[in-house]
Ligand binder design. Structure first.
Ligand SMILES: [Fe+2]
Length: 495
């Protein structure tokens, strides 16, 4: 049983050209607790609807100036959502049915009993309540999914992609933009925009627009603009501004500070955004802000750790003139091979990082053994052979360095299974390790060592070829030779 109407504060617009019917309905509905406003024809009704929202419109069908059907079309065009109940005489039942096809909830035949009117109205209001709850539930589920997904990834791109997708699913915009500052000291910039293929709005937001948005934020005013008002923010954002019918934006806060905006625009006259949708966007914006913050902190942490490792690798090499720059060169050669093999960006990154850290395990070896000019004793050699495993032990416990462990631990394996530490063979050897083996060997051969002089490029290449298929993965040898020749050719041409 619904609560009494006065508790629910239900606003009803009664529209009829007969004063008598208007008065009877108004009096009766007011006694029943509804808040009632009356209009004498369709045009007056439109004015009333433009002034404030109504929960229900009770309208006559046949009226001078603007009839019930035209009023219904107007309600539909403006995307208003009152329950519409039509009143009609016997002669116009067919028109009443037509009205229901156009979205009216029901019709009442004149003459009617007022109790009957209340019954139909209450059924309509109940249905509206259910629809609204359903929408709220759907939104709640979507937001829950977004929160879950954001919580489960720290990749900034993935987070942004998700947030944009939720905005698109929920608000069907013709323009979506994410603008934020990279670092606290940097200005806000347009980072990501999406426009659907047909009917999309191409808008270029810059400093002047962010300045205007900031004024709204400073005044604590919601940024929701419809019709000609969109220009207040969008003026100067390109030719498509003239096509924009609705625009809203919510601030993104990172680390508690205003750091950007999530904006959407619509070019569809029937899709003007409302306050409820703006709040939905605000929730998505707040989740996106937190996620960008987290992802950025994680990126910083990763970068710091990588720099630390790089520092350690340099410290390791600095003690020895012969190996100085070795890790950097191996890193470069490894990256070159990975790109030459057309591997996905993610794999290129893993292989590059593995190159940087491949010999980090040598930190555990005494410097006098590591840089001994003469031949190593068997014991010393056995200890040196432990450096890949030592490296894995250093890097393994750090969660985001786990991915470089396979390359580091297996970079001395051989294609024929005669390498160490595991004696893996062929494609059993992780790809990063096979890449590193070639890069490492080439750099070792072309650098001076304490026990021999450097080989020239041609000699090193012919050595790689000689051991291709026994020590090295033949495919990688070919890619490396192809890429390094190209690089050297480029360098001679440039010189
Ligand atoms: Fe090594």
């Amino acid at each position: 049983m619904a609560e009494p109407a006065e508790v629910r504060n239900i606003k009803v617009l009664v529209v009829d050209d007969e004063a008598m019917i208007r008065e009877i309905l108004t009096d009766f509905l007011e006694v029943e607790g509804y808040v009632v406003h009356a209009a004498g024809n369709g045009r007056e009704a439109i004015e009333a609807l433009d002034r404030e929202p109504y929960d229900l419109v009770l309208s006559d069908l046949k009226m001078p100036e603007l009839d019930g059907l035209a009023l219904l079309s107007h309600i539909h065009e403006r995307e208003l959502d009152p329950v519409v109940v039509m009143m009609t005489g016997f002669g116009t039942v067919e028109t009443a049915i037509e009205a229901m096809k156009k979205g009216a909830f029901d019709y009442i035949l004149k003459p009617f009993k007022v109790e009957e009117v209340i019954q139909v109205m209450e059924r309509g209001l109940e249905r509206k309540r259910l629809i609204r709850e359903n929408i709220q539930l759907k939104e709640a589920v979507t937001l829950y999914k977004l929160t879950e997904a954001i919580g489960s990834t720290l990749s900034l791109n993935r987070v942004l992609d998700l947030a944009m997708k939720v905005v698109e699913d929920e608000l069907s915009p013709d323009f979506t933009a994410l603008c934020y500052r990279d670092k606290p000291s940097r200005p806000i910039e347009l980072r990501l925009t999406r426009t659907p293929k047909s009917g999309g709005l191409k808008l270029t937001l810059g400093e002047e627009h962010f300045g205007r948005l900031q004024q709204f934020v400073d005044a604590d005013a919601p940024i929701l603009l419809n019709n000609e008002h969109v220009g207040i923010v969008l003026e100067g954002a390109g030719e498509d501004v003239a096509r924009a019918r609705s625009f809203m934006a919510v601030p993104l806060r990172m680390d508690g500070k205003l750091s950007g905006y999530l904006c959407v625009g619509s070019a569809n006259p029937n899709r003007r955004y409302n306050e409820g949708q703006r709040r939905l966007l605000a929730i998505i914006g707040s989740k996106a802000g937190i996620a960008i913050d987290n992802a950025r902190l994680y990126e910083d942490l990763k970068r710091m750790f990588r720099e630390t490792i790089q520092g350690l690798a340099m410290a390791l090499e600095a003690k020895d003139d012969y190996t100085r720059g070795h890790s950097d060169r191996v890193t470069e050669y490894s990256r070159m091979i990975a790109i030459g093999m057309k591997l996905p960006q993610r794999d290129v990154e893993i292989i590059t990082n593995s190159g940087l850290m491949h010999d980090i395990g040598k930190m555990g070896i005494a410097p006098e053994e590591l840089h001994k000019p003469g031949k190593l004793t068997d014991d010393e050699y056995e200890r040196l052979k432990k450096h890949p495993e030592m490296g894995a032990r250093i890097l393994g416990p750090v969660s985001f360095l786990e991915e470089v462990v396979p390359g580091v631990i297996h970079h001395h394996e051989r294609w024929d299974g005669q390498g160490y530490p595991a004696g893996l063979k062929g494609e059993e050897i992780p790809l990063p390790a096979r890449v590193l083996a070639v890069a490492d060997a080439y750099d070792a051969m072309t650098s001076d060592r304490s026990y021999r002089k450097a080989l020239g490029h041609d000699m090193a290449v012919s050595e790689l070829r000689k051991h291709s298929g026994t020590q090295f993965d033949p495919r990688i040898v070919e890619v490396f030779i192809h890429e390094i020749e190209r690089l050297r050719l480029g360098m001679t041409q440039a010189a």
